[in-house]
Design a protein around this ligand. Structure first.
Ligand SMILES: C[S@@+](CC[C@H](N)C(=O)[O-])C[C@H]1O[C@@H](n2cnc3c(N)ncnc32)[C@H](O)[C@@H]1O
Length: 301
């Protein structure tokens, strides 16, 4: 039996969360009551991976929407800040938080592209849910770099990924693969773009990374381990959608294989490639030797 108990909320609040996303006609599993599975996954990750209990941590919920994750965490005592560029849904969430008497939660209208340690301080956990895939390829790098600086324990990302590597983009000499996704028509006015409550604020296209490029990007930004979450289960989660947890830790140093220490990933990859090539050559030579001996025995050599 779980020691954690659900807190009873008034019917109006439960109904509010049950309607999540339905006003824009969204049918993906992350809307309406089914969104409860995503909230369960994120809350379980925080509970399982945080080095401190929930009532001792600070959480930054970027692009919080109506703020259900912020509110759920605040109900457990975390100090939370929810940030979104749009206020339509966030204001409704703020009213719910007020009705619940939560004084450990704050909501702020702000663009995630303007959130940084110098303006918002440091936190234990950053939530980046349903937002990475709304960012333009120019913005995604500085935003993740700022998040890394702000984050003291880990970052949770829930995002769409590209299943095809149609486009290559470059940042600081590194290549990342993925595809562009259209958010708005270039002819759409600012007002029309803002009115699409679940979309990017203004950028007409966003960039979706392939899974491999996204892992590499999180490594390049500085996270020491990145894991994909499969449990708690989310039945019917689309194949092109993942939940990742990226930890900010201390890089390990190995005693058993000291050659690994102090090398860049490029150096490691090139050493492994050389080793594989050399053992391929040896295996080739061994195969040629064996063939020669067999032919010799048959008197064919
Ligand atoms: C798909 S919803 C995700 C909401 C919530 N995080 C969740 O997972 O349920 C995307 C949200 O990102 C917000 N958003 C889009 N671009 C943003 C930006 N540049 N800065 C802040 N919020 C942004 C939108 O207003 C919207 O609330």
């Amino acid at each position: 039996m779980s020691r954690e108990q659900a807190l009873p909320l008034d019917q109006g609040t439960v109904d509010f969360f049950a309607l999540k996303g339905t006003h824009v006609g969204c049918t993906v599993p992350q809307t309406n009551n089914i969104n409860g599975l995503k909230v369960r996954r994120v809350m379980q990750l925080i509970r399982d991976f945080s080095k401190k209990p929930l009532d001792q941590i600070r959480i930054l919920d970027l692009a919080c929407g109506e703020g259900v994750y912020s509110i759920e965490a605040a109900l457990r005592g975390a100090r939370v800040m929810g940030v979104d560029a749009r206020t339509e849904r966030m204001n409704e969430g703020a009213k719910v938080a007020q009705r619940l008497g939560l004084n450990n939660i704050r909501f702020e209208q702000c663009d995630v592209r303007n959130v940084a340690a110098r303006s918002h301080g440091k936190v234990d956990v950053v939530l980046f849910l349903g937002i990475l895939y709304h960012l333009d390829q120019r913005d995604v790098f500085p935003v993740l770099e700022n998040i890394f600086e702000m984050c003291e324990q880990f970052l949770i990302i829930d995002t769409h990924i590209a299943l095809q590597n149609r486009v290559q983009i470059e940042h600081e000499g590194r290549i990342y693969e993925g595809e562009h996704y259209r958010e708005h028509d270039t002819s759409d006015s600012e007002a029309v773009r803002k009115s699409r409550l679940m979309a990017s604020v203004d950028n007409p296209t966003s960039f979706w990374f392939t899974r491999e490029s996204l892992y590499r990007l999180l490594h390049d930004v500085g996270f020491t381990s990145v894991c994909e979450c499969y449990v708690p289960l989310e039945p019917f989660k689309p194949d092109n959608r993942v939940t990742l947890i990226a930890a900010k830790g201390e890089p390990v140093q190995l005693s058993s294989y000291p050659w690994v220490n102090g090398k860049t990933e490029a150096q490691i990859e090139s050493l492994v490639a050389d080793r594989l090539q050399a053992s391929g050559r040896k295996a080739g030579a061994r195969r040629a030797g064996a063939l020669g001996r067999a032919l010799g025995k048959l008197g064919l050599k």
